[in-house]
Design a protein around this ligand. Structure first.
Ligand code: GTP
Ligand code: MG
Length: 547
């Protein structure tokens, strides 16, 4: 693979990692939307942790692969590192516990450990190298202090941080006591983030066990134990004897190795071959970013799954209650219909007055004024009700919107209050049942208090008002447009304009011939024009009634 190929691979991988982060962020946002659902708090916390992990991983994307040895006190981590480095005293190993108090970084260049030292604290990190380290081009190896010694208070946070910065965990267990519950549990919270090839389990000191017992009893039992504790099987398990591969194993004459079965070479190959391969680090990090993402989604799925039936029942209840509440609120709005229709009528004529031209337009403008200033006069002269036409056009929801016209005229309408009251009342009646179903679905008990659940009445009121006024405006605009078509205006204006033209022509012709008309003619003409105009207007209005 050429350098540029690797670079494009790395860019592509970074893009995918960004995508994983986005997935986790979105999941967090969804969980946030249900703050009363109790499992959500823990899930959100884990989402944040996963995000942090992926971000850390992204930041070290260009750095060498970090392979970390981790295990309980005295399991042989330091001995294993020494055996791999081919220098016996590289990391202090021994019988006095704990022997390793710091993070020991085995790497090629001192600078390889710079980033880790910075993040873990320079006083906590020691750097070592040997001639073997020269081959570590793409990986670094870390020995950690144990987490169960009497100095654990200082060491545990250090190990936590080291794990968070690792790409591969090599968990070292002591074959003499592999089923160490405390340690397996300590690791359980991490291993779920290290999937597939990122997790290697090593059983050390196998030389102390009878070969058959090791293969037929100790190993299978351990695998079963760890599968249960970590809730999944481990892909790679190797039985080794680290001490055997020291320059000077220094066996006690009474404690020679009991057999030769040893998978140390496979482990060595894995670390210096596979892990150290260029390109491996990119694939590994990509997968290491994917596993926590998958983990948190799976975890959420499991948690939601536990409550799914109850949540669906609650949703059904809420839907029913809401439909009923809206109906009740609508009913409150529909009362006192004539007033609200009048409000709409006023608004509609104002729009029509703007749109209509010609004599009929003038009359519409006058009519709009009359509607606004004299309710009494308007009632007397009312020929038809254009609103009826409007009323047929939209569904009952529009009655909400219509009422806004009266609301606008009279300020804050008592009808809005009534609707909100009825809405609340209706929901309150159903709430105990809904709340019970939610509590069963692990919602916080405070969900029973309806006050905390329904929006504040000012907000509800504001929302409804805006909704109605917007829809009403829209509706009136639409109707006024339909009622002001160009052809329509010509048809209704034509009779008056025709007569006006005719009267004008007669008047002008007689004027020029010196034959002056009597005032009777003008009174007559004026009345004809007036009557025609009123008739047109009447037809215009009744068109809506009939149409
Ligand atoms: N028989 C046998 N003993 C081993 C083997 N590996 C390590 N030991 C011994 O186990 C003891 C502890 O080894 P260390 O390497 O110090 O263990 P550690 O896990 O680094 O211990 P801490 O740093 O204290 O957590 C030492 O006396 C080692 O010689 C092995 O493969 N076989
Ligand atoms: Mg050690």
């Amino acid at each position: 693979m050429t350098i540029s190929n690797r670079q494009t691979d790395s860019i592509r991988s970074l893009g995918r990692i960004e995508g994983y982060k986005n997935d986790v962020r979105m999941l967090g946002a969804i969980i946030n939307q249900a703050p009363m659902w109790q499992p959500g708090a823990a899930l959100k916390k884990q989402c944040d942790q996963v995000l942090r992990m992926i971000t850390d991983l992204e930041e070290r994307f260009e750095r060498k692969l970090v392979v970390t040895l981790i295990g309980p006190c005295g399991s042989g981590k330091s001995t294993l590192l020494n055996a791999l480095a081919e220098v016996d005293g590289l990391s202090e190993a021994g019988n006095l516990r704990p022997t390793t108090r710091n993070i020991v970084v085995f790497c090629r260049e001192k600078s390889d450990a710079g980033h880790l030292s910075q993040l873990l604290g320079t006083e906590n990190v020691e750097t070592r190298s040997s001639h073997i380290a020269a081959s570590l081009n793409h990986a670094i190896l870390i020995d950690t202090p144990d987490t169960d010694s009497n100095e654990y208070e200082k060491q545990i946070p250090m190990v936590h941080n080291a794990i968070a910065l690792s790409d591969i965990l090599i968990c070292v267990f002591d074959s003499e006591n592999p089923k160490r519950r405390d340690h397996v549990d300590f690791l359980a919270s991490y291993v779920r983030f290290f999937g597939g090839d990122s997790l290697v389990v090593v059983i050390n000191k196998c030389d102390r066990q009878d070969e058959n017992e090791l293969k037929e009893k100790i190993l299978p039992e351990f695998l079963e134990f760890i599968k249960n504790a970590w809730e999944r099987p481990v892909q790679t398990v190797l039985c080794i004897s680290a001490r055997r591969h020291l320059r000077n194993p220094g066996w006690d004459p009474t404690a020679d190795p009991l057999h030769d079965f040893d998978q140390f070479e496979a482990l060595r190959q894995m670390i210096f071959g596979t892990f150290n391969r260029p390109g491996f680090v990119i694939d590994r990090r990509l997968e290491n970013a994917e596993s926590p993402r998958d983990y948190i989604f799976e975890e959420t799925r499991v948690e939601v799954g536990k409550d799914l039936e109850k949540l669906e029942a609650a949703r059904e209840n809420i839907h029913k209650a809401e439909t009923k509440a809206v109906k009740d609120a609508l009913f409150a709005f529909k009362s006192n219909n004539s007033r609200q229709r009048f409000g709409v009528n006023v608004l509609l004529y104002q729009r029509l007055a703007n749109r209509w031209l010609g004599p009929v337009g003038w009359l519409i403008a006058i009519w709009a004024r009359i509607l606004i200033f004299g309710t009494g006069i308007a009632a007397m002269f009312r020929f038809g009700n254009p609103f009826r036409q409007l009323a047929g056009m939209v569904s009952s929801f529009r009655h909400f919107k219509e009422s806004r016209a009266s609301v606008a005229e009279t300020g804050k309408s008592h009808r809005v209050d009534a609707a909100i009251r009825d809405y609340r009342l209706s929901i309150s009646k159903e709430w105990p049942d809904i709340a019970e179903s939610l509590v069963k679905a692990r919602f916080d008990k405070s969900v029973r208090k309806i006050k905390d659940v329904l929006p504040d009445s000012d907000i509800l009121d504001g929302d409804l008002n805006t909704l109605w006024s917007d829809s009403l405006d829209n509706e009136i605009e639409k109707s006024s447009k339909i009622m002001s078509g160009f052809l329509l205006q010509i048809v209704f204006n034509l009779p008056v304009i025709g007569i006006l033209g005719h009267v004008g022509w007669i008047t002008a012709r007689n004027y020029f011939t010196g034959n002056y008309l009597s005032s009777d003619f003008f009174v007559h003409a004026f009345l004809t024009i007036g009557i025609t105009l009123f008739l047109s207007f009447f037809l215009f209005q009744s068109r809506d009634v009939l149409g």
